[in-house]
Design a protein around this ligand. Structure first.
Ligand code: NAD
Ligand code: UFG
Length: 363
């Protein structure tokens, strides 16, 4: 298949692009590189032996989307592109609604014009209402508590309406729990800008000496050790779920929703413990107040994905920590920071393909 991947240079996208290329698919990436580097795709090409084509473009530029979709005529689209920081979404709701909701509307409208009606969408467990009934099943009540979560909820609803309006659409909404880890080679991984908001990237930076200690937000939650409990999922398992969803959509029309999680929860202290074992020293941490807006515990029920897709998370927290450590210790400062000013899309693609080593200069 030829798959267009929006946000394909980013954290989860780059792992999915790698698996798609390894499975023999042709891949085009549509990304504005606002939160990623072409270096991820260069490494993906080194690892897989084949290069994706990068189209540098913004989901808010509907003319560009129209032309890329009609030019590439993909069989399917996987849509990772968008903004994802909960705290920032409270400060910049317009930007979040624009990039995520308007960006998705532009995408599906460009797909419709090009006659491409197969879509896999990155949703989030954040669309679930706070619930005492765990694990969360796909039919659980939805309600988001911040602008980021509301963008995902609105997009889910838009995609539902679209599938009802035209039965030739095939749409998979994947609700991710907490994606962590990296490719086991440590060549690609998560490269957050600034201070990481999420637990595992923060711990990884403590392990590599960039930060002094982990702050544990609250130890008086009604959980097994008092700290927050989440359903962490290895990014390689998550990426595989996208390939399985694509296979399913090849033979099914309509709209489907699947939780992608492990089905069990791990506490903050247990994640710190796993990471300490991975890096070979006890990582320092301090118990501090709860983080406003956090809930005690949630984890998903992945049974539907297992029954309908044959998908199941294979890797546990020890592997998540081990692979994250491999990435972080090999790349303590993340990807190199390139200055792309004045460098053309063709030159960046040559860099990704390995045909041009010097054109992308390091800052
Ligand atoms: P990421 O920031 O690493 O990747 C997103 C990519 O989209 C980046 O490469 C960025 O440059 C690109 N992008 C952003 N806005 C764009 C725009 N307007 N036009 C074109 N490209 C744009 O994030 P990620 O962690 O890989 O997340 C991928 C998707 O998964 C997102 O939709 C995110 O909301 C969703 N998700 C992530 C998590 C998580 O914890 N990482 C959890 C649930 C859902
Ligand atoms: N935590 C700490 N210290 C930190 C960071 C986090 O103790 O420095 C704790 C939190 O309180 C929580 C747990 O670690 O108990 C996980 O926190 P994360 O920030 O890693 O993840 P969240 O579950 O809060 O949120 C994440 C993403 C959201 C997404 C959600 C569900 O950030 O975008 O998972 O998919 F919506």
């Amino acid at each position: 298949m030829h798959v267009l991947v929006t946000g394909g240079a980013g954290y989860i996208g780059s792992h999915a692009v790698l698996l798609l290329l390894e499975a023999g698919h042709k891949v085009s990436v549509f990304d504005n590189l606002s939160n990623s580097s072409p270096e991820s795709l260069r490494r993906v090409r080194e690892m897989s032996g084949s290069a994706p084509d990068l189209f540098i473009g913004d989901l808010l530029d509907s003319d560009r989307l129209d032309s890329v979709l009609s030019q590439t005529q993909p069989d399917a689209v996987i849509h990772f592109g968008g903004l994802k920081a909960v705290g920032e979404s409270v400060q910049k709701p317009i930007s979040y609604y624009q990039n995520n909701v308007v960006g998705t509307l532009n995408l599906v409208s460009a797909m419709e014009k090009a006659g491409v009606k197969r879509l896999v969408f990155s949703s989030s467990a954040t669309v679930y209402a706070e619930s005492t009934e765990l694990p969360l099943v796909e039919g659980a009540q939805r309600d988001a508590s911040n602008p980021y979560g509301r963008t995902k909820l609105h997009i889910e609803q838009i995609l539902e309406d679209l599938a009802v309006s035209d039965s030739s659409w095939s749409i998979a909404t994947l609700r991710y729990f907490n994606p962590v880890g990296a490719h086991p080679s440590g060549n690609i991984g998560e490269d957050p800008q600034g201070i990481p908001n999420n637990l595992m990237p923060f711990i990884a930076q403590v392990a590599v000496g960039r930060r002094s200690e982990v702050q544990v937000f609250g130890n008086d939650y009604p959980t097994y050790d008092g700290t927050g409990v989440r359903d962490y999922i290895h990014v390689m398992d998550l990426a595989q779920g996208h390939l399985d969803a694509l296979d399913f959509l090849n033979s099914h029309n309509g709209q489907y929703v699947w939780n992608l999680g492990t089905g069990s929860g791990t506490s903050v202290l247990d994640v710190i413990g796993a990471f300490s074992r991975a890096c070979g020293r006890q990582l320092p941490y301090k118990l501090v107040d709860r983080r406003p807006g956090d809930i005690a515990e949630y984890y998903g029920d992945p049974t539907t994905a297992r029954l309908e897709l044959g998908w199941k998370a294979e890797r546990g927290v020890e592997e998540m920590a081990r692979d994250m450590w491999e990435w972080q210790s090999k790349n303590p400062a993340g990807y190199p920071d390139y200055d792309l000013d004045g460098i053309s899309e063709e030159e960046i693609n040559e860099f990704i393909r390995g045909a041009r080593a010097s054109i992308v200069k390091e800052k």
